[in-house]
Design a binder for this molecule. Structure first.
Ligand SMILES: [Zn+2]
Length: 107
């Protein structure tokens, strides 16, 4: 017998039961607080995939090669490319050296 302990994402209770499915993933409901959620929420996995896409964009890979590597839709890659181009520059412009301290009081 396989016993899996599934804890509630909100209250940490062990009193969870299966409650249908969404997108092929089982949903769970907490009997203690009533919270419903999936066992593997999509948000963190998506954020990791998008971070990889942005890294590949910074390395100047083509959008279609990023689609092949990550499986993210090309329109999503285009959206992230536009966002990264408009927002923060992937490569920071040449900033003045902060570490170089001027020589004080030549001995
Ligand atoms: Zn709960």
């Amino acid at each position: 017998m396989i016993v899996t302990t599934q804890l509630c994402a909100r209250c940490g209770s062990e009193q969870v039961r299966k409650n249908g499915s969404t997108g092929g993933r089982a949903k769970y409901q907490c009997k203690a607080c009533g919270f419903q959620g999936t066992r593997y929420p999509a948000g963190p996995a998506r954020a990791a995939r998008y971070a990889q896409v942005e890294k590949l964009l910074a390395e100047r890979n083509s959008q279609r090669s990023i689609v092949r590597l990550t499986g993210v839709s090309r329109m999503t890659v285009a959206k992230l490319a536009k966002k990264s181009a408009a927002g923060e520059p992937a490569v920071a412009p040449a900033a003045p050296e902060k570490g170089a301290t001027p020589a004080v009081g030549g001995a």
